[in-house]
Design a protein around this ligand. Structure first.
Ligand code: C2O
Ligand code: CU
Ligand code: CU
Length: 474
């Protein structure tokens, strides 16, 4: 009798498992170990591989991952060091690995030109020379980026520096410094990922019905400190997410894509388009009390992303310092050139284009002399309305530039809000939005990409190439 009741309860809780909040613990990607390179510096090794994982009700989902079944380990490096990252492709198809947000030589960028055939190996070498930041890595092969990311290929790449080491912030990885990747997904009945975008999905974004947080559905994290730092990444293919805590509980934003903001910013919500990151610090309401992180998609889905569960005792953590860093502003007076990029669905055949062109690997769209400063005006030329909840024509774009971090000079003619005033590498544009970006092409020569980070748009050709060229003879 009791046994029957128990098995009935188990069956019930299994069938309700999607609604059973916090059953699973938040998976935390392990920190990738390194070995030392003969000539100095550190070597990291990644393996892209196939696997399977149970996300829903005991169903098995075929997946891809780096060194594991789903997602990849966190690579943590320090400013000033030389690193090599060796990638072995154990997939049955070609891939690339791109280091999103990293300032590095073009041949190490991992864009579509650095193709790794099935069974092959590729090595990226670079010196870490940029401020502390939460960056990430993912595939970037023309036409298959979206599917490979959807199946699980993505990981964090964290940069630390003297400043981040000195700041009194939560920084114990896995305990009070937590990488959190949010990915909207859709599943078939058999548990496999449902990834079959048709033309309207490509246009409007491939939405889902399940949110994976570090690869788990509605997981929980036991917090043992008064404050916890979350490094949030919207790793969805094309879903814009508005992130907040239940009950309007406020938090502090301390960093954007490319590093710390000058001062922490008190916020109640953050909007992240695909590829964007934000670091936040949230104070727990008290011992034994929970906080619920919510994510709302631009197409109206609402998700319980993560439950932060306060332990019975919380260790004291100092308040977030009032000053985090200083950011030297790039000056438009110093700009050598202005360029314009119109992102549009009005190209030939109704395809996704930038300046009326679809991506062509054999065509260099822009040539930039090394050492120059430029202002890029980026326009979402797709008609529609502004905001999270729009109609079918509400197509956002997310403009990303490889190899550097930029500053936003203006958004729709106004100075950017404080949250967008730091270093950025990806910027969300609602229909009719225009952003002026300023950037410096410091040192490395070669070919890099700019594109929409809605991955279905990128794969459809909403991407272009710029080549940084020697300034001799300019
Ligand atoms: Cu996150 Cu071109 O990439
Ligand atoms: Cu990138
Ligand atoms: Cu787009």
């Amino acid at each position: 009798m009791l046994r029957n009741a128990v098995s009935l309860l188990i069956a019930l809780s299994l069938s309700l498992s999607a609604a059973f909040l916090g059953a699973e613990e938040l998976p935390i990607p392990e920190l990738l170990e390194s070995s030392s390179l003969p000539g100095g510096g550190r070597l990291f090794e990644l393996r892209a591989q196939q696997g399977s994982r149970s996300f829903l009700q005991g169903n098995n989902t075929p997946t891809l991952g780096y060194n594991s079944a789903y997602l990849g380990p966190t690579i943590r490096v320090r400013r000033g060091e030389d690193v090599a990252i060796r990638v072995r492709n154990n997939l049955r198809e070609a891939t690339t690995v791109h280091w999103h947000g990293v300032h590095l030589p073009a041949e190490a960028d991992g864009g579509p030109h650095q193709r790794i055939e099935a069974g092959d190996e590729w090595e990226a070498r670079f010196s870490v020379d940029q401020p502390a930041a939460t960056l990430w890595y993912h595939p970037h092969l023309m036409g298959t980026t979206a599917r490979q990311v959807y199946q699980g290929l993505a990981g964090f790449l964290l940069i630390e520096d003297d400043e981040s080491a000195a700041l009194r912030l939560p920084k114990e990885y896995g305990r009070n410094d937590i990488p959190v990747v949010l990915q909207e997904r859709r599943f078939n009945r058999d548990g496999s990922f449902r990834y079959r975008p048709r033309m309207p999905d490509v246009m409007h974004g491939y939405s889902g019905n399940t949110l994976l947080t570090n690869g788990a559905v509605e997981p929980h994290l036991t917090v043992r400190d008064q404050r916890v730092r979350l490094r949030l990444l919207n790793g969805s293919n094309s879903t814009v997410l508005r992130i907040s805590f239940d009950g309007g509980h406020s938090f502090q934003q301390i960093a954007s894509d490319g590093g710390f903001l000058e001062k922490p910013l008190r916020r109640q919500w953050i909007v992240l388009s695909p590829g964007e990151r934000a670091e936040i610090v949230v104070a727990m309401p008290g011992p034994d009390k929970s906080l619920l992180l919510l994510a709302e998609s631009n197409l109206g889905s609402r998700y319980r992303a993560l439950e932060l569960r306060g332990a019975p005792t919380l260790e004291a953590v100092p308040e977030v310092p009032g000053n985090l860093t200083t950011i030297s502003r790039l000056d438009p007076e110093d700009a050598d050139r202005r360029r314009q990029f119109v992102m549009s669905t009005m190209g030939p055949g109704g395809r996704l284009t930038i300046n009326g062109k679809r991506m062509d690997l054999t065509r260099i769209d822009e040539r930039v002399p090394v050492g120059s400063t430029e202002v890029w005006m980026v326009v979402n030329g797709t008609p529609g309305g502004r905001g999270m909840m729009g109609g079918m024509m509400n197509v956002p774009h997310s403009f990303h530039v490889h190899g550097l971090q930029f500053q936003i000079l203006s958004l729709n003619g106004e100075p950017p809000p404080p949250a967008l005033s730091g270093w950025k590498d990806t910027v969300l544009l609602w229909p009719n939005d225009r952003a002026e970006l300023i950037m410096r092409f410091e040192d490395y020569l070669g070919i890099y990409m700019y594109h929409c980070h809605l991955l279905e748009h990128e794969d459809d050709g909403m991407m272009g190439q710029f080549e940084v060229v020697s300034s001799a003879g300019r």
